[in-house]
Design a protein around this ligand. Structure first.
Ligand code: UDP
Length: 406
């Protein structure tokens, strides 16, 4: 056997069947050798890097020459872009001219270092958006926005539209994120890679070993939320809900988080959460150990993703894939993954979250039923193969003038 290998489309046959594998292979065959460049702003931390990593490998496996480039920036650049990110999700922003200068200058500098000779350019999220301005356009450019765009702040939207409108297509994660734009829009929901260390099957022994390594006791059922330390993920609400539920059930909460290089807010939120630590509430920052993420999602009695805004929420599908019941905030992309009361629960308040926690923790049969429906949902709708196929279909739909044939 070769020393190194990457996941190939045929590895998915066990999940999606041979017909789907052949269909995808056929579509990719027509695009063999196509050169695709992806630009985003972080190598790791957050769902976008996670997906680009797996997607670019699978596409290469399918014969498309797919690259991944990460733009460089200093702390002040990422501080500005995080504010833009928040404003695109509805927050306020003071869009001063200095912020605009920092943003635009850094992107210009990145364009100097990046040479593009591709057949498609995919730009992820707002950070690298203005790149397009600095190239002679020789191929279709796609803006892939992963954020919850349902109510963008008007100021930021107006400012960014000067670039958005020069793209050839916009891809958003949910139908309600579509906004008025010049380019046509498509909806691609995110998806997970079942072969990564984060998502592959772990044995009980492997799980025990990981949990022991981080001194996570297993004497009580675990309630887990795994998220960047970000206000939209509502870690405080999770702690409150857990404290309420604890009046009725014995359990332990684990909040695991990491810090993305393009997200300067994490540190502060983490520090404020630490005040809540006690024997039943663990706040951990070992989130870059993806085997630990897997171990927690697999072993948890309940996984929470109590977001107040959520572009999609990969952690929900990750938990469902492991047959662990998930309770998600009734927002954004979480609503497309969880059908309330069928394969998980949707909640809109701390009290509701606490109630569902209690209900699940008290009822093993319910956990198993919901868990197995969750896995089936992900198998059908949220595996990477569906996502790759959507890209292949999109690539195949552009004409020579970079227009999408409807
Ligand atoms: N994640 C992780 N460790 C952490 C926190 C998050 O590996 O401590 C991963 C998580 O498993 C998921 C991704 O980061 O794959 C987060 O994606 P999601 O869509 O849930 O949220 P985002 O961070 O993109 O807003």
């Amino acid at each position: 056997m070769a020393k190194y290998r990457i996941t190939q489309i045929e590895d998915y046959e066990q999940f999606i069947g041979s017909e789907s594998v052949e269909r995808i292979r056929g579509k990719a065959g027509k695009l063999k050798g196509l050169r695709v460049a992806n630009f985003n702003s972080t190598y790791y931390g957050g769902g976008v890097a996670e997906m680009i990593s797996s997607l670019t490998l699978l596409m290469n496996g399918l014969g498309l020459r797919t690259e991944w480039r990460v733009i460089q920036g200093r702390a002040d650049f990422f501080s500005v872009t995080k504010k833009m990110h928040n404003a695109l999700q509805g927050g306020e922003i003071d869009l001063s001219s200095i912020k605009k200068q920092i943003f635009e200058q850094v992107i210009y500098e990145n364009s100097i270092r990046n040479f593009i000779e591709h057949d498609f350019v995919i730009v992820h999220d707002p950070q690298p958006l203005p790149l397009i301005e600095h190239y002679e356009k020789k191929c279709p450019w796609l803006w892939r926005c992963h954020l919850d765009l349902s109510q963008p702040n008007a100021k930021i939207w107006k400012y960014l539209r000067q670039w958005i409108d020069t793209y050839d297509a916009v891809i958003v994660s949910c139908p309600e994120y579509k906004q008025e734009t010049k380019p046509p829009q498509r909806v691609f929901m995110p998806a997970i890679d079942p072969f990564t260390i984060k998502n592959r099957h772990l044995s009980d022994k492997e799980i025990d070993e990981r949990l022991a390594h981080y001194k996570i006791p297993t004497d009580l059922p675990l309630v887990v939320q795994i998220s960047r330390f970000d206000p939209w993920k509502d870690p405080e609400g999770v702690v409150k809900a857990f404290k309420l539920a604890s009046k009725e059930v014995d359990a332990r909460l684990v909040l695991l988080g990491n810090f993305a290089t393009d997200d300067p807010e994490g540190e502060e939120i983490f520090n404020s959460l630490c005040a809540c630590r006690d024997e039943r509430i663990l706040i951990l920052t070992a989130g870059d150990d993806t085997a630990l993420v897997n171990a927690l999602q697999t072993r948890a009695a309940v996984v929470l993703q109590k977001s107040l805004r959520e572009g999609f929420g990969l952690t929900v599908s990750e938990a469902m894939w492991k047959s662990t019941p998930a309770i998600g905030g009734n927002v954004g992309g979480i609503r497309y993954q969880i059908e309330d009361g069928v394969n998980g629960f949707l909640v809109s308040s701390v009290e509701e979250a606490a109630e569902r926690m209690v209900q699940l923790l008290k009822n093993k049969k319910l956990r198993e039923e919901i868990g197995s429906k969750g896995r089936e949902t992900v198998r059908e709708k949220f595996l990477l193969t569906r996502y790759v196929e959507q890209y292949l279909d999109l690539f195949g739909t552009f004409d020579k003038d970079f227009c999408l044939r409807e």
